[in-house]
Design a protein around this ligand. Sequence first.
Ligand code: NAP
Length: 275
Amino acid sequence: MKSLNESATLHNGVKMPRLGLGVWRVKDGEEVIQSVKTALEVGYRHIDTAAIYKNEEGVGQAIKESGVPREELFITTKVWNADQGYDTTLKAFETSLQKLGLDYVDLYLIHWPVKGKYKETYKALEKIYKDGRARAIGVSNFQIHHLEDLMTDCEIKPMVNQVEYHPRLTQKELHAFCKQHGIQLEAWSPLMQGKLLNEPVLVEIGNKYGKTPAQVILRWDLQNEVVTIPKSITPARIKENANIFDFTLTADEMAAIDTLNKNERIGPDPDNFNF
Ligand SMILES: NC(=O)c1ccc[n+]([C@@H]2O[C@H](COP(=O)([O-])OP(=O)(O)OC[C@H]3O[C@@H](n4cnc5c(N)ncnc54)[C@H](OP(=O)(O)O)[C@@H]3O)[C@@H](O)[C@H]2O)c1
């Protein structure tokens, strides 16, 4: 599927595929190897993992077994909260690279904005970036105030902010802020972990195009210029989620999906988490 190469251009010029495969809660070993290999066969070129997912080894093995040239891939991983701090982040990064079997990643993110730690952590990301070991760096679960705080003294503006984003949580203000600062927004739990798939508005729009509610949501992400990383271990769904480049939602349909917003989170609140 050629359009799986469709990419967003980050503020440093690096191209990030607009659709990727998420692998949170995918077991290391066969489960992650099979899902990543299926995705790569279908044509995905972007995989989203994290140290805390404990499946970087399997992701790395799938990459190796797939035979897809490294330069075609976009691999993201993230530093976990317990490893935040300058030296500890540099060390955690080495461990992630080793597990992935790679000598660089495409995107390295701070997983959560740990109070009193994320600025120091970000300095380590800047070093990793300057050393050419991550082609892009960024953050995850940062609210506007975290970004403002970070940008008061960072050298390199984050290129990406990966946050919870789906039709029940449309993050309009955060998205506008990121756009204004050239920070690419990326959606985690884009399908709200499967909880939105019987929503009548999405079913009705899907029927018009012969698409499923999941495909309608992912198309809405693309048209909103949000990079999206649905997770699936089911080959048919991995294919289904990629088949979103041959239809276009109208402005009215986009607006109808926006009305589903309830500022409702399925995951933790970035201003109030304790892990
Ligand atoms: N930065 C962060 O803090 C953070 C937090 C959460 C997630 N993430 C990232 O975002 C990725 C996606 O989020 P997520 O895993 O929470 O949830 P999600 O992608 O919204 O939903 C995944 C769930 O939906 C099901 N599914 C997938 N495609 C489907 C389809 N076409 N039809 C019906 N069901 C479908 C999957 O089932 P099967 O697998 O059984 O097919 C799975 O149960 C994660 O894997 C991770 O990489 C990041």
